[in-house]
Design a binder for this molecule. Structure first.
Ligand code: KG4
Ligand code: ZN
Length: 373
């Protein structure tokens, strides 16, 4: 049957592709149903943040165990919210990597079992490209398909990544650079931990910084060619955030009171200044790369792209003539809608995964994105 009835409606719809996306690469267990690569019918996320907060960061084995118990309810939630059953699903898209191997393996094994058990094809997708794709969800006439959007420069900035990727109108992609040590989100998480603010650091840093003076303290801007240090050509599009964190450590030591803690009066301005250093580096380097490579679109995606100061700065500084696409906040942090949306493009081309695909921890070299022909 090439026609199907969508529940609750009496009209008959031309059958469109329903992809079930599943994401378990770190500390979130997520499932989503996405129609035709963009229309998100449901997106369900079970966060383990509370479980990991006690440890001040993500514990891989704990993440894997939590995924085991969260998998079924999250899947059921996504299917029922979308008003579909597994029988309606055309393909399953699952995060293959990069990420934490124990978490990825649980998700991939579950997806394989589900797919094989129900005779549904499945495809393993790249989480990093998924983040970029997340900036284009919920949109029928996607700017993705418009040649005038290219070259497209994507900044993926999360707890695991800080990378710039350039994509042309044929989908040819090249990583311009990435972090040589910590990711930006990691710098915020570690900074917050150092200040005793909790986990994850990004949101709590943003809240704490509100109303603070972002220029009271000067934190370093690594690999920007400032501070009299010429920038080595190979680091032109690379990032480094471990130095900012070290500077914070010394800042706290220098200003610490009797109790070894930063005086409360300094906290707001300290956090605002720290966040400002991260935002300043990210925006300056991205805008410089956009200029250098003549980008027509700048995409900002990944968990740190939730940050209001970062979003406002990009809005203020992106030159007219360049389209700015900030991923919607709900698609910035890890979610399965971005995976289900991206998976559609593999399904369309009949590119399914073999039964023996394995997870991978590190970002492979990407030369092509699958959402352009
Ligand atoms: O994309 P994501 O959910 O997971 C990874 O793939 O890493 O990103 C998580 C990161 C964490 O480092 C978290 O602190 C950061 O995103 N984050 C934020 C904000 N919300 C989440 N960073 C800055 N400001 C926020 N509002
Ligand atoms: Zn992510």
């Amino acid at each position: 049957g090439y026609f199907s009835k969508i529940s609750g409606c009496t009209e008959i719809f031309l059958k469109m592709a329903l992809i079930l996306g599943m994401e378990r690469s770190c500390d979130e267990t997520a499932a989503a149903v996405v129609r035709d690569g963009y229309e998100v019918l449901s997106s369900s996320v079970a966060s383990q943040i509370a479980k990991h907060a006690a440890h001040g960061g993500v514990v891989p084995e704990l993440a894997a165990r939590e995924h085991l118990t969260a998998l079924t309810p999250v899947l059921d939630g996504a299917l029922s919210e979308a008003n579909v059953t597994l029988g309606d699903i055309d393909a399953i898209a699952v995060t293959q990597g990069p990420g934490l191997i124990p978490a990825l393996l649980v998700g991939l094994s579950f997806a394989k079992g589900l797919a094989l058990g129900h005779g549904i094809p499945y495809v393993g997708v790249n989480h990093f490209i998924g983040h970029i794709y997340g900036a284009f969800l919920d949109e029928a006439n996607s700017a993705l398909a418009d040649p005038a959007s290219y070259p497209l420069l994507a900044l993926v900035v999360s707890g695991g990544h800080t990378s710039l990727m350039l994509i042309d109108s044929h989908g040819k992609a090249a990583a311009l650079g990435g972090t040589i040590d910590d990711a930006a989100g990691e710098a915020l998480d570690k900074g917050a931990k150092l200040l005793g603010l909790g986990y994850p650091g990004g949101p709590v840093m943003q809240r704490t910084a509100e109303g603070g003076d972002p220029h009271r303290f000067e934190f370093p801007r690594p690999l920007t060619g400032g501070a009299g240090k010429p920038l080595a050509p190979e680091n032109r599009w690379n990032f480094s955030f471990s130095g900012i964190k070290t500077a914070l450590l010394y800042h706290v030591k220098n200003h610490a009171g009797e109790d070894g803690m930063l005086p409360a009066e300094l906290l707001k301005d300290t956090v605002a200044s720290y966040q400002e250093a991260v935002v300043d580096v990210l925006t300056r380097k991205t805008l410089a790369a956009a200029k250098e490579f003549g980008a027509k679109t700048i995409v900002v995606a990944g968990g740190v792209a939730c940050n209001s100061v970062l979003r406002e700065r990009f809005e203020a500084l992106t030159p007219s003539g360049v389209r700015l696409r900030l991923a919607a906040r709900k698609y910035c942090t890890d979610n399965a809608a971005m995976i289900g949306g991206l998976g559609f493009h593999y399904w369309k081309k009949g590119n399914f995964s073999s039964p023996d695909i394995d997870s991978y921890a590190r970002l492979p070299q990407i030369t092509q994105v699958p959402f352009l022909d």
